[in-house]
Design a protein around this ligand. Structure first.
Ligand SMILES: [Zn+2]
Length: 203
């Protein structure tokens, strides 16, 4: 099953979201390699999202991972916890629950107004799938509400947005590298993985 060409921002975001769904399905099944069923889940979701016949999962589904969470979403520390805005306030991030996560003060003050993926990448850390999915939803909903989903990808990259779109396309990690949905410890980023790997076992 091939990788579809994505031309507009909405299609690219849908593809990345579908990749997360495929990885989540595989991890839930407890396997380290994708099966045909996992590929089908990804393609069905991609087609549904990009055609508008399917919607993103609600934040409610993610919330259970946050309730009772007593560790920093970024580094796993349980000390000196605070609340962080996934999309910074100064970049139009809201105070709504979906934009708020637990973070230790060290991570919070280090990240500041930086894009989450840019900041994590600089530290060679890959986020948990739950965190990445939440971030991707925020990005998607922001672009949807600002009517940007039909913008050509290359043009969207030139826009000044509250997040760095370039990170999303280059953010693939091997499935075997992802231990669980709600990682308690930071996972080191594997560099040098290209988009073309995405059909061969990467999220
Ligand atoms: Zn931390």
């Amino acid at each position: 099953m091939g990788v579809p060409s994505r031309k507009c921002l909405g299609e690219e975001l849908a593809w990345q979201y579908a990749n997360l769904a495929r990885a989540t399905a595989a991890l839930t099944d407890g396997v380290k390699e994708f099966s045909a069923v996992h590929h089908q889940i990804r393609m069905k979701l991609y087609k549904g999202l990009s055609s508008g016949t399917m919607q993103l999962g609600s934040f409610f589904a993610d919330e259970k991972y946050k309730i009772g969470m007593n560790a920093c979403c970024y580094c796993g520390s349980v000390d000196d916890l605070s609340v962080d805005h996934l999309i910074p306030r100064k970049k139009l991030g809201t105070d709504l629950s979906e934009n708020l996560i637990a973070a230790c003060r060290s991570c919070n003050s280090s990240k500041r107004e930086r894009d989450m993926l840019s900041w994590l990448r600089a530290r060679d850390i890959f986020p948990s799938l739950v965190l990445l999915r939440r971030y991707l939803k925020l990005v998607y909903l922001f672009c949807q509400s600002h009517e940007l989903l039909m913008a050509p990808w290359e043009e969207a990259l030139m826009l000044e947005l509250p997040f760095d779109l370039a990170n999303l396309k280059d953010n693939l990690q091997p499935l075997y590298h992802l231990e669980c949905l709600n990682l308690e410890y930071p996972v080191q980023l594997v560099r040098g993985i290209t988009q073309s790997d995405s059909s061969q076992g990467y999220i």
